[in-house]
Structures are given as C-alpha cells and as structure tokens.
Design a protein around this ligand. Structure first.
Ligand code: PGA
Length: 256
C-alpha cells in the first residue's frame, strides 16, 4: 500500500544551504524506495530553488504552498492567490492549518473561501481539521469535526470534479508537542470523517477524498500508525525538517 508523506516545512529551514541539505536527503530517500509519494509544502520563497534541484537531479516529488489567499485577486500585500499557484504548477496547497487559524486569525469562512478558490483553480487542497480554541482538551470533538466538514464542503461541492482532495486530521494538542493520539483513536476519527463526507457528498465523491493524520509524527512513532488501513498517509512538520529523518520516514512506510 502506498501512503502519502506530506511534509509541512512551516517557516523552515532558515537558509537556502539547509534547504539543499533537506533536498539531498529527499533524494537519498527517493533512491532507496521507489513507491513512496512525497509532497513538500515549502515556504513560497524556496519553491524555485526546489524546482531547480528536482530538474538538476532528475527526481520527482510534488510541491505545494502552505496557504493561499481567501481573495481571488487584488491589493492584499504579502499574500498569494490560487491562480498564481496554478500558473506556476505547484498544484498542492494546505488550507486551514491550526497555526494559520491562531496567528493569522483565519476563520472557518476564510477556510471555506480558500477551499472554493483552490477547486476553482484546479489545485489539490489539503484541508486541516482538528483546530479547537482550548489546546488542553484532548477529547475528540466529533460534533465540531462534523460542523466544520459541513461548513467547508456544502457550499463548495458543486466545484468538485477531478481535483485531488486531501483532509489532514491534526488535533491541535498533538502539533509540535510530541504527544499523539493512539492508533485506535486515529482510525476511529478517520472512519468518522469518511462517513460524514459520504453524508455530505455521496459515496462516489466521498470515496476519492484521502485522509492523513498529522501531529508529532516521526520515524519512531510512525510504526504505530502506518498499518491503519483507512489512513492514506501523514502530514509531518518538525520531523520533515530534520535531514536524517527523511530517509527513515520513507523507509518505514515502504514495507507496508
Ligand atoms: P508536527 O507538525 O509534525 O511538528 O507536529 C505537524 C503540522 O503542523 O502539520
């Protein structure tokens, strides 16, 4: 089974030399195993550098951005639009990551607008769920997950055609903390999300949507989660910017 590894580099690494070091390790990883799918969500400023590296080394992985504007175009200093991402062929975008909900104060309405624009411009959105205001509560709020899915998908479902749509379940208390839910919980939430998607979209659209788990995944604990059948892969932050972790992560999921 082929699992997706989506690397969310966040605001890392701090300079281009370190980008090249990470990419060298991606190259090592891809040379070791041929079947894994890697998507790198890099800071926008590094995308050209990464493209050049891919071409020079003749290696292939997907590349995307960590956010797009909720506005189609206009005077929005510092933002990038869905149409810009499409025109540069970067294809993937994260949407609604908890850190953007906290630091940029993005609302569910913003997330729904971004999702709509990503579909309109044929991007493949990776929608993050699992945000809640109180970071200390570790109980899974199934009602909140359902409300968010309904809010995001109901309005936009007519725009879905052949885009690849991915949902990343990332409980906020697991992001960057070293704490994760256990495999049973991740499996239960994944199945729940799939069921709600069937209710909203019908079986044929819903079954094409892939689900990732994210939050403190690394090359040691991925062993606990990699056999979850329903799960299509992982969204990895911290471990994806540690050079030696990259080949270890791909190695781990190559034997599933
Ligand atoms: P983490 O981040 O792997 O460092 O917990 C995951 C994410 O924020 O996407």
């Amino acid at each position: 089974m082929n699992k997706i590894l989506a690397f969310n580099w966040k605001m890392n690494p701090e300079n281009k030399e370190k980008v090249l070091e990470l990419l060298t390790n991606v190259q090592i990883a891809l040379n070791q195993v041929s079947t894994n799918e890697i998507i790198i969500l890099a800071p926008d400023i590094y995308l050209g550098l990464i493209d050049n590296f891919k071409q020079e080394k003749s290696i292939y992985f997907d590349l995307g951005v960590q956010d797009i504007s909720s506005q189609e175009k206009g005077a929005y200093t510092g933002q990038i639009s869905a149409s810009m991402v499409e025109s540069m062929n970067y294809i993937y975008t994260l949407i609604g990551h908890s850190e953007t909900r906290i630091y940029q104060k993005y609302t569910l309405e913003d997330i729904s607008l971004k999702f709509g624009l990503s579909l309109q411009y044929n991007l493949n959105p990776i929608i993050c769920l699992g945000y809640q205001e109180d970071k200390t509560i570790q109980e899974i709020d199934y009602d909140l997950l359902k409300q968010e899915l309904i809010f995001i998908f109901e309005k936009n479902k007519s725009l879905i055609n052949n885009q690849r749509i991915i949902i990343a379940y990332e409980p906020i208390w697991a992001i960057g903390t070293g704490v994760t839910p256990n495999a049973n919980i991740i499996e239960t939430v994944t199945i729940y999300i799939k069921r709600v998607l069937v209710e909203i979209l019908g079986i044929s659209l819903a079954q094409k949507i892939e689900i990732l788990y994210g939050g403190s995944v690394n090359s040691s604990n991925i062993k606990n989660f990699k056999y979850i059948q329903e799960l299509d892969g992982f969204l990895i932050g911290g471990a994806s910017v540690i050079p030696e972790e990259i080949p270890k992560l791909t190695q781990e999921i190559s034997d599933i």
